[in-house]
Design a protein around this ligand. Structure first.
Ligand SMILES: *Cc1c(COP(=O)(O)O)cnc(C)c1O
Length: 408
């Protein structure tokens, strides 16, 4: 067998059987332009991050401006203006009380940082036995070894590693009494409750009520457990508010941002802590310091483009755009019913069609592409998370193609 054509190893793919990836040459707004000249409307924003579309002049410029000064410099013993300004901006726009920003380079690492922060928070407070976590069933917090332990046990992409990761506790979203009894029995060993607020992304776009989150926060506080909101997917408007926790009206102890933070230009994540969390590290005692420091943390190009992305979001009144997208999604999928379809879930600028059997979606990526739309379903879930700059006409096309792919 000749595997020499497989020098590039692709993600989540059985290399032997996957169909040949489409080669992209350029991007233009909501479109990918392929090497063969075809144009595909990107319905998934390159894994949910390219919120302004591709090749945005102002974002490009922000990077070139910074590039002519310095591309990257370590944050150990040195600092720079884009990182300082971005930290300040994030503190300003996130829920009140989140005041201290720790940068890293991807959502997974941002969540790893949050896990370590939570464990050390309790250790610094003299409670070293609190080092396990509660997570929601069907959750997803990244692919690295630590956060994989927070991915749910059933139906997952990480089944192979189930025995290799730390055992955590899992609860059913929406079930407050289950959470309460777990907290009653185990809080002395639990550091934090990890949650993708309101919308669980990679686990299947399941939704839960804001009231569940709010009550969960109260329960966790009562039982001395930190609440960690993973807003890597939901942050920057995806569920209809700038951050999903705003709808549940509480401030998490730690919040993680990633994906759309740079408008999809460069890898960057932020783990943002309350002053209470920060203060447990703040001491004359060097052993209480937080021992973490990714090489590329706070990369200057990434911070610069993130600042510009937030500026575009604010200036462009994106929350209104997102509201319009949500309305159009509701109207477009209204009354849809088919023997293949279990449910259509819509929240903010996200719509997911869950079908009865993943075999039904086997050809959907191809069918969508032949109709000029880039869709990338997984399992039983066919979804869109379009760039927020999408036009009404373009979104109409995405809805039509999603229905064509699922209800044929
Ligand atoms: C994508 C995602 C992550 C992981 O982010 P990466 O940048 O891919 O490492 C973590 N949490 C959530 C909720 C995500 O959607």
């Amino acid at each position: 067998m000749n595997n020499s054509q497989h020098t590039l190893w692709y993600p989540y793919a059985q290399m032997k059987t996957q169909s040949h990836p489409l080669e992209v040459e350029r991007g233009e707004g909501a479109y990918l332009v392929l090497k063969n000249g075809d144009r595909l409307l990107d319905a998934v924003s390159s894994w949910w991050c390219v919120i302004h579309g591709y090749n945005n002049t102002e974002l490009n410029q922000a990077i070139t401006d910074q590039l002519s000064k310095i591309a990257h410099v370590m944050l150990g013993g040195l600092t720079h203006n884009p990182a300082i300004r971005l930290a300040k901006k994030l503190v300003e726009i996130t829920p009140g009380g989140l005041n201290h920003v720790f940068f890293s380079d991807s959502g997974s690492v941002g969540c790893e940082v949050a896990m370590k922060m939570a464990i050390q928070y309790w250790k610094n407070k003299g409670e070293p036995s609190k080092k396990r976590f509660i997570a929601l069933k069907r959750g997803y917090h990244g692919d690295t070894l630590g956060v994989m332990s927070l991915g749910s046990d059933d139906e997952t992409m990480h089944a192979t590693f189930q025995d290799a990761v730390s055992p955590q506790f899992f609860v059913t979203p929406g079930d407050e009494s289950e959470l309460e009894s777990l907290l009653k029995n185990h809080s002395q060993e639990i550091a934090g409750f990890f949650v993708e607020p309101l919308m669980q992304g990679a686990g299947g776009f399941y939704l839960h009520e804001p009231s569940y989150l709010k009550n969960a926060k109260t329960l966790c506080e009562r039982h001395k457990v930190l609440v960690i909101a993973d807003e890597v997917a939901t942050g920057f408007g995806r569920t209809g508010t700038l951050f999903a926790v705003e709808q549940a009206d509480f401030t998490p102890d730690i919040m993680i941002l990633g994906k759309a933070l740079t408008g999809g230009y460069l890898g960057l994540a932020a783990t943002i802590a309350t002053t209470d969390v920060f203060n447990s590290f703040y001491s004359e005692d060097s052993s209480k310091a937080f021992m973490h420091g990714p090489t590329f943390m706070g990369n200057a190009l990434a911070c610069s483009v993130a600042l510009k992305s937030i500026e575009l979001f604010e200036r462009g009144e994106y929350l209104k755009k997102i509201k319009d997208i949500e309305t159009q999604l509701h109207n477009g999928f209204k009354g849809v019913s088919h023997s293949n379809i279990v449910e259509v879930r819509i929240k903010g600028a996200m719509a997911c069609i869950e079908v009865t059997d993943e075999a039904l979606l086997k050809k959907s990526q191809e069918i969508a592409a032949s109709n000029g739309v880039w869709l990338r379903p997984f399992g039983r879930f066919l979804y869109t998370m379009p760039p927020y700059i999408i036009s009404e006409k373009e979104l109409k096309k995405i809805i039509e193609v999603m229905l064509l792919c699922s209800a044929k």
